[in-house]
Design a protein around this ligand. Structure first.
Ligand code: FES
Length: 369
């Protein structure tokens, strides 16, 4: 774990104590004018390097302030930046070894519609200060390292599993580790050189690349033959998967069929496409607080609210951070990640809390937004 020096910890305690005398803004608001990463309570980080060598991606090296308490290999942080005067937050996994180093890498693929990822691709520079949250997430290496490990990723899903690979290598883990990655092309693969180097350096590490243009070690989509080619004993390996939903579903299915589902671990960073319920997607969405009603188009309530001109709080937009939680006061929604169905309260005065970023309306709904 990353640890702060005793002197800085003591200073932070003094500032917290002084905070009550500096109302209405608190000491942080004065100190940050001089040291932008300073905060007695918030986690912030300074970008110390920016690398755009992988096509369409940005790799940030970030030095967090003393409120950062480190991370476990595979976990994420919520990064906040201001875009056109509005603060936006997204979840990104650390790509570095969880070895207690002060700085860490975030690998951020710019999605065509990605407000934050496109902003960072265009504007991130060394010296930029970003908001962070303490590392979180259940998708991480277990304390008892697996006897056989298979890391599978697609596109930007590479970052948490790369953190696992780097961590195992840094620890001198000697058991077999296979890294199977899917990308559109060599040039689009994040950290390609570093991963190849790990494969060359460590005898127990095998790297298998699959590219859409057929130039990798294997071709096509993940199937049992791919798993077998990557590791003939794949069903005995603990598998950690992060990437597009079809990739994760495919690995899950093969592990299920092989009777090894207890070895399957996945990150839920990629949402399935929002598809309206057949025969049920119609209907209206009423944003009660805003006194606004729109025809449902089958997308998430967050997307529909924003298209209607509303600006609800949101963070990860993946159902992880709960920033977007609102009350469903009437109607039924389906969770796009779990497919779970939630129906609004029968009593008129209480709502059911839902995360609007992953909730798709099923028929007429009303929400306190
Ligand atoms: S924005 Fe994070 S859970 Fe909805």
């Amino acid at each position: 774990m990353f640890t702060e020096s005793p002197a800085r910890r003591a200073l932070r305690r003094v500032v917290r104590a002084a905070d009550s005398f500096a109302a209405p803004h608190g000491v942080d608001r004065y100190v940050e004018q001089v040291v932008p990463t300073w905060s007695s309570t918030e986690v912030r980080g300074r970008v110390v390097a920016v690398d755009r060598s992988a096509v369409g991606s940005t790799v940030l090296t970030i030095e967090p302030n003393g409120n950062w308490t480190g991370f476990r290999a595979g976990q994420y942080t919520q990064l906040s930046v201001e875009v056109d005067g509005v603060r936006h937050t997204r979840c990104y996994s650390m790509a570095s070894a969880a070895d207690g180093s002060k700085a860490f890498h975030l690998g951020i693929k710019a999605h065509p519609e990605g407000l934050v990822s496109q902003h960072l691709l265009a504007h991130a520079t060394p010296g930029m200060v970003v908001g962070l949250t303490p590392a979180a997430g259940d998708f991480h290496l277990p304390d008892a390292r697996p006897e056989r490990t298979l890391l599978v990723s697609g596109g930007s899903g590479i970052t948490p599993v790369l953190s696992m690979l780097r961590t195992l290598c840094a620890e001198g883990h000697a058991a077999p580790v296979t890294f199977l990655h899917y990308a559109t092309s060599r040039d689009a693969m994040l950290f390609r050189d570093e991963i190849a180097e790990l494969g060359r350096t460590f005898d127990n590490v095998s790297v298998v690349e699959v590219f859409d243009d057929g130039s990798g070690d294997l071709t096509g989509f993940l199937d049992e033959a791919h798993l077998h080619a990557a590791d003939p004993q794949w069903s005995d390996a603990d598998v950690f998967v992060c990437g597009p939903a079809p990739l994760m579903d495919s690995v899950r299915r093969h592990y299920d069929d092989a009777g090894s589902i207890d070895r399957f671990h996945q990150e839920a960073f990629t949402l399935p496409m929002f598809v309206g319920e057949s025969g049920e997607a119609g209907g209206s969405v009423r944003f009660a607080t805003s006194d606004l009603t729109v025809e449902s188009d089958g997308r998430s309530l967050l997307d529909q609210a924003e298209s209607a001109g509303l600006t609800p709080n949101s963070g990860c937009r993946m159902g992880i951070c709960h920033t977007c939680t609102r009350s469903l006061t009437c109607g039924t929604v389906r969770d796009a990640v779990t497919s779970e169905v939630t129906t609004g309260p029968h009593s008129e005065d209480t709502g059911v809390e839902i995360r609007v970023c992953v909730s798709v309306p099923v028929g007429d709904v009303e929400i306190d937004l």
